[in-house]
Ligand binder design. Structure first.
Ligand code: CMP
Length: 511
């Protein structure tokens, strides 16, 4: 019968101390490690407990005279004890000590270390139990070769998994593209890498495939935030100069608040190609959330569409399209008349213009230009120079203001029949607030010169506007300065007189 080894003796004879140390260590690990490590700690501690019971039973068997059974039970228990302790040591090293030293090895490193420690422990255990380790190593070389040959693929995957994790070419959370497959890496395991796609699928890729093939890690660039450049193309007829098209799109996208579109670098627009009948343009933007490529592409297309509409630039129709409408002069004038009536109706819906004579109203209507916006478009930006007065025909918009501390607060909502952009036009100051389309918004806009002309012809309107303006100004101040109702009322009457005076001076109107 083999005699007791020093290690085995330590694991058996110092049992009381060992149990206390392991329990204390497990308790510390449970406190210090994240929840993800708890099942492993509990499993290792339970295995240790079972081995301790095994040792106690082996002692009982000795007393009962069953010496041989006792010896085997003792061997196995000591072996299990050693493995459980090594597991706890590896957890302590990889979940507590290395993170404390700011070293974050890949997960596979923990498994490899534990595997290596386990092999060393097996050899020690075998030697301690008088087994000829050298003989095993020599004969096992042949066995290993046979196993390695038959497990070639599996070994390739395992080594691939180790390589991927060690050199960090793929990390959990990365978005990768392999052939026509795009998805987020959920797990890099020993044998495979699991990818979750936007179609709610999980694709399991053998690690050896990733190691042998070229794949793209989306949006990853040294020392840069994760963002992925996307290209959206559109076509516009040659009648419209490329500079105008690109400027309109750049301007609109630069101002719009579109979720998951990076501001740095900002979206840009280029003339990509000359097609048979139209110019091919491309908007390039940087996507910050890879989960939403299609939705964000669609948002960008919608903004491009509305930006071009505002500039009166239509998207190109395929050259093969055959038009069968006879655009006669009569039909044209009917269309123009309908558009004109729509503008008159828009003006009539706004209280401000009620005081105008029919002829004056028609004169203003002739100068209105359509200005459609899509949800998220910034229609006026606080601090910008004022060029237009806007009349909102349908849809809703939010008015927000940013205080000196940079905090943005919502002031109110504008709906159909309201106007905005009058403050800066009337006072000559920059825009006082930001107005953002909450839904798709149909607007008409009146340019600065036309607006000033209307005011000069109709000074009574200045008074009407000064009342609206004072109310809005006070509401802005109330939001910015947190005024209560009494302070607001006091501020309102002062503001109205002050604003009316300023408007009169600016427009050269008499008292
Ligand atoms: P302007 O300063 O030219 O540009 C921003 C516009 O937001 C402003 O004109 C007003 O038309 C509008 N605005 C500002 N404050 C309010 C408010 N309290 N209520 C409604 N509209 C407002």
């Amino acid at each position: 019968m083999p005699h007791a080894s020093p290690y085995a003796t330590a694991l058996h004879d110092g049992l009381g101390y060992l149990v206390a140390a392991v329990l204390f260590g497990a308790f510390l690990l449970l406190r210090l490690c994240g929840k993800a490590a708890h099942p492993s700690i509990l499993r290792a501690t339970t295995a240790f407990g079972i081995c301790v019971i095994g040792l106690l039973v082996s002692d009982l068997l000795v007393v009962q005279g069953a010496r041989s059974a006792a010896t085997y039970l003792r061997w196995i228990s000591v072996f299990g004890e050693g493995l459980s302790i090594l597991r706890l040591v590896a957890i302590g090293l990889f979940w507590v000590l290395l993170p404390a030293a700011r070293v974050r090895p890949p997960r596979i490193a923990e498994d490899v270390t534990l595997g290596a420690l386990a092999v060393v422990w097996v050899f020690i255990w075998l030697r301690e139990n008088q087994v000829n380790v050298t003989g095993i190593v020599a004969t096992s070389a042949v066995v290993t070769a046979v196993i390695a040959f038959s497990l070639q693929d599996t070994l390739g995957n395992v080594l691939g998994g180790m390589a991927l994790q060690m050199d960090r070419s793929v990390c959990v959370g990365d978005w990768i593209k392999l052939d026509d497959l795009t998805g987020r890496v959920r797990e890099v395991g020993w044998r495979h890498t699991a990818i979750e796609t936007n179609n709610w699928e999980t694709v399991v890729i053998p690690n050896s495939v990733l190691v042998k093939n070229r794949f793209v890690v989306l949006g990853r660039r040294q020392d840069q935030p994760v963002q992925w450049r996307r290209t959206i193309t559109f076509r516009v007829d040659y009648r419209y100069p490329p500079t105008r098209v690109m400027e309109a799109v750049r301007y609109a996208l630069g101002r719009a608040e579109i979720p998951h579109v990076s501001r740095k670098p900002a979206p840009n627009c280029v003339l990509l190609d000359f097609d048979e009948s139209c110019g091919v343009y491309a908007v390039r933007y940087w996507l910050t959330e890879m989960l939403w490529p299609d939705i964000t592409d669609s948002e960008i297309r919608t903004h491009v569409y509305f930006a071009l509409q505002r500039e009166g630039i239509p998207l190109s129709i395929p050259a093969q399209a055959v038009f069968v409408t006879h655009d006669t002069a009569e039909r044209k004038s009917l269309k123009e008349e309908a558009a004109f009536q729509r503008r008159v109706t828009a003006l009539l819906d706004v209280d401000l213009f009620h005081s105008l004579e029919p002829a004056e109203l028609e004169a203003v209507a002739r100068r209105l230009q359509p200005a459609p916006f899509t949800a998220g478009d910034v229609m006026t930006r606080q601090g910008a120079e004022a060029l237009y007065l806007y009349i909102l025909v349908s849809g809703h918009a939010d008015v927000t203001v940013t205080g000196a501390d940079g905090r943005q607060s919502r002031v109110t909502e504008l709906g159909p029949g309201s106007f905005f952009g009058e403050m800066a036009l009337m006072t000559g100051e920059p825009r006082q607030a930001t107005v953002t389309a909450r839904t798709d918004v149909e607007c008409f806009r009146l340019d600065k010169e036309s607006f000033e002309e209307v005011i000069r012809q109709r000074p009574a309107m200045a008074e009407e506007i000064s009342r609206v303006l004072a109310r809005r100004r006070t509401q802005l101040d109330a939001v910015l300065e947190g005024l209560d109702a009494r302070a607001r009322d006091a501020r309102l009457s002062d503001a109205q007189a002050d604003i009316l005076g300023r408007i009169r001076r600016l427009f050269g109107l008499s008292e």
